[in-house]
Design a protein around this ligand. Structure first.
Ligand SMILES: [Cu+2]
Length: 172
């Protein structure tokens, strides 16, 4: 199932990539390396992944550093591209890697860097309004307990069938 989806995903990417307006990719490219600073919180490397045209969910990834002397917490996420955005983690249940929602968010200890990445902690966009296309900038609003609220553009990379949304494994 995973392999078949992977082939379809690649086919769609190949089909649709050439018709993407090039200005859109250029316009968003500069966001990719951008660092977002909000009080003591630094966010780098934010990205999403292209999805299949009818995919129900998408994922979001980034690196969050708490440069402050006090712990903070990512408490909630929001995006207009989906009905709901959630904070998820991957965890072993017996032999099976499963994901689950972190209702209390993600703890950000003082001075530490937390990575949201495929196969680990991630943001999940549930009930996508439309497909995420490669090169899209997905605006996601993050709310931190102490630092406050900031909107970050997640630039969509290529589709990957083993994205954390839908499988349990990652090739990264
Ligand atoms: Cu998830």
């Amino acid at each position: 199932m995973t392999l078949r989806l992977s082939a379809i995903a690649l086919a769609f990417t190949a089909l649709f990539a050439p018709v993407l307006p090039s200005f859109a990719q250029d316009a968003h490219a500069s966001h990719q390396a951008e660092m977002v600073v909000l009080g003591s919180i630094e966010i780098t490397g934010a990205f999403s992944r292209a999805t299949l045209p009818n995919a129900p969910v998408g994922g979001g990834f980034m690196t969050i550093t708490n440069k402050g002397a006090e712990a903070d917490r990512l408490v909630s996420v929001k995006t207009d591209i989906a009905k709901e955005a959630q904070i998820h983690e991957m965890a072993m249940e017996g032999d099976v890697m499963k994901m689950r929602q972190l209702k209390d968010g993600i703890d950000l200890p003082a001075g530490e860097t937390i990575k949201l990445e495929p196969g680990g902690l991630h943001l999940m966009f549930m009930g996508l309004n439309g497909a995420i296309k490669e090169g899209d900038a997905v605006p996601v609003t993050l709310t931190f307990e102490k630092a406050g609220t900031v909107t970050v553009d997640l630039v969509a990379g290529a589709t990957a069938a083993d994205a954390p949304a839908h499988g349990g494994k990652s090739h990264e």
